[in-house]
Structures are given as C-alpha cells and as structure tokens.
Design a protein around this ligand. Structure first.
Ligand code: GH3
Ligand code: MG
Ligand code: MG
Ligand code: MG
Length: 325
C-alpha cells in the first residue's frame, strides 16, 4: 500500500524538481485537533520554510481550504470526535480543493482505515509518532507534484486557447467560427429561428500600414476587436476571418435586427478615433459590413458567408463605411 501511495512519477523524476529550495514557501493547511502533534508538525514544516494554517475541526478546515489556495493539506484521521476521512472526501469533491494533495496522519493501529482513505483520493500518509525527516520528505514530494500538475494544467489551457483563438487579437479564429456557425445553422431545424452573420473589412487598411507602419496596423486590429466585441451581444460570436476581415455570428437573429447591430458596430468604430502608442496622432478608421441571414437548416455555412461577402463587396463599391444586407 505504501508503494501505491507514494508511487513514482517518471516525468517528475526526470525534471529533478526535488530540492528543498524548489519546494519551499509552500502554503499548507493542517487539520489536527491534537495540540502536541500540531505543534510538532508546524515546527518541522515552518523550519523547512513553509507557511502553515491550522484548523481543528472538519467544518473550519473545509471552509478555509476552499477559500484559500494551498499546496498541500495534512489531515489527521481523527479530528477530536470527528472523522478526518470525511474531510478528505469533501476536499476531493469540492472544485477548489480537488487537485490539492492530501497527507493523512494516522496511528499504526488505524492502518486498516488507510485503504478507504486512498480510495477517497488521499495522496500519501504518515504514521505517528511523526518523524521530522519523513514529514518533510513526503510533504516535499506532494508539493512538487502539485506544482508540476499546476504547470501542466496551465500549459493545457494555453494550447486549447491557441487552437481556438487568434494570436494577435484574442478573438476566435476562423476554424472555431466555422464549427460554431455549422452548429448554429443546424439548430434552426429545432428552433426555427434565423441565423445572421456580418462580415466586415477595414476600409483602406493598406494605406494605414503604408503610412503608419505594420505595428500600428496590428495595434488597430487589436483595439478594433475590443471595440467590436463590446458592441455585440453576449451570445454573438466575433472571429477573425483573415487579415483585416472579421465575422460576427448572430444566432436567433432576423435580418432587420442583424442590420441594426451591424450599424451599431459600424458607428462604434467610426465615431471615435483610434489612439495607440504606435500611431502617435489619433486616426479615424472605418469598416464596411455585409450582412446575410438564413432560415434554412440545410444551408451550408460557406454559402451564407459568401452572401455576406457579396454584400460587403457592394458596401465597398457604394462608398465604404456602410452596412449592406
Ligand atoms: P478596402 O477598403 O478595399 O478594403 O482597402 P484595403 O486597403 O483595406 O484592402 P486590401 O485588401 O487591398 O488591403 C488589406 C490590407 O490589410 C493589406 C494588408 O497589409 C493589411 N493586413 C492584413 N492583415 C494584417 C495584419 O495582420 N496586420 C497588419 N498590420 N495589416 C494587415
Ligand atoms: Mg480585406
Ligand atoms: Mg480588401
Ligand atoms: Mg480592407
């Protein structure tokens, strides 16, 4: 059982993140009712450079554990007359604490209870009387593991957002937008509600780049995205379609409403000049918008976008800075 509890992680071993300094300054929650045991644990761990908060019952430990962010939780099997395993089980079901490692502290004679603890998700354990070296070593392993998993989780979140969003502006990318639009069009079969799209393109953007430089152009793309995102509704989706062209998908939206929203977006862009560090003087920027609507669940996303593109072309031809449906 001991082997399973402190099972080795080859990736961690490879990273050799095991030294005292690398796992120092950890925040540890100690749930221990016994004064003498608590005093020892706090002493050993604060000597190793950690900060320890102590609670003596299930409710208070749970409350603090969920409120603060800990690297490790050390839980005694008995908390006065309460069951420490109940606390472990709660920690494992709460979103805030489910990834925080738990060290269970118990007496040799209570070892039969350990299997249940491991089942609940206790990560490792210590037998009383507590040996300072063992306590520190096992804490270090769990803290290291916790930090390593945090790092992995962060990397995973980053790669997910890289797959869905545009690197420059942070709005959704074309691939995500296409999948989203396919879904919204299919939903027409159930909802019988129209889906509208607007496709817009910055007017004379080549001139902006030529006059003020590519960095200024990039800065405008970013702040324009923010301004547009701020002008649409929560359930509309803004995506970068390519270069200086963007799409807004508007589910449950009839043509007249879509035109109203497009007009609002056009105005928000045109009415206030853009000011960026790269630009120097504020610059007026306008966009042309094409709007298209479908009520047909069988319509292909590309054909809806092609209709919006044709309307956009008309908006450009008839003088720019306007909406055409
Ligand atoms: P129109 O009103 O007809 O749309 O004129 P335009 O100059 O905007 O059209 P055109 O398609 O000729 O040029 C688009 C320009 O957008 C060309 C390119 O330099 C610029 N552009 C496209 N993507 C980016 C980008 O990511 N950053 C910057 N800075 N410029 C970009
Ligand atoms: Mg263009
Ligand atoms: Mg163009
Ligand atoms: Mg353009």
């Amino acid at each position: 059982v001991r082997q399973a509890a402190s099972g080795r992680d080859p990736v961690l071993e490879q990273k050799k993140l095991g030294s005292e300094e690398e796992t120092a300054n950890a925040r540890i929650l100690l749930a221990e009712a016994n004064e003498l045991v608590a005093e020892k644990v706090v002493g050993y761990l604060s000597e190793a450079g950690h900060t320890i908060d102590r609670r003596t019952n299930v409710a208070e430990a749970l409350e603090l554990g969920c409120r603060e962010s800990y690297d490790l939780m050390i839980v005694s099997l008995f908390l006065g007359d309460e069951d420490g395993l109940r606390l472990c089980s709660q920690f494992r079901t709460q979103e805030e604490t489910r990834h925080v490692p738990i060290l269970l502290v118990l007496e040799e004679e209570n070892l039969p209870q350990l299997a249940k603890g491991l089942d609940l998700g206790v990560t490792d354990y210590l037998i009383k009387p507590i040996d300072s070296n063992e306590l520190r070593a096992r804490s270090r392993t769990q803290i290291r593991r916790r930090r390593y998993h945090d790092m992995l989780r962060e990397m995973l979140q980053q790669s997910v957002s890289l797959a869905y969003t545009d690197g420059l502006t942070g709005v959704y990318n074309r691939r995500y937008m296409n999948a989203h639009l396919d879904r919204k069009i299919m939903e027409i079969a159930e909802s019988a509600k129209p889906v509208s799209v607007m496709l817009f393109d910055i007017d004379k953007f080549k001139d902006v780049n030529d006059t003020h430089g590519h960095a200024a152009g990039d800065a405008i793309l970013k702040s324009l995205s923010l301004r547009v995102a701020d002008s649409i509704r929560d359930f509309d989706l803004l995506a970068r379609y390519g270069g200086e062209e963007f799409v807004v998908i508007m589910p449950d939206t009839a043509s007249v409403i879509a035109i109203t929203i497009a007009e609002r977006v056009r105005r928000r862009v045109a009415e206030e000049k853009f000011q960026t560090v790269e630009l120097g003087d504020p610059l007026e920027v306008t966009i042309s918008i094409g709007v298209a609507t479908t009520t047909d669940p069988m319509e292909i996303a590309d054909s809806l976008l092609a209709r919006a593109d044709a309307a956009l072309y008309q908006a450009k031809r008839s003088g720019r800075n306007r909406v055409v449906a």
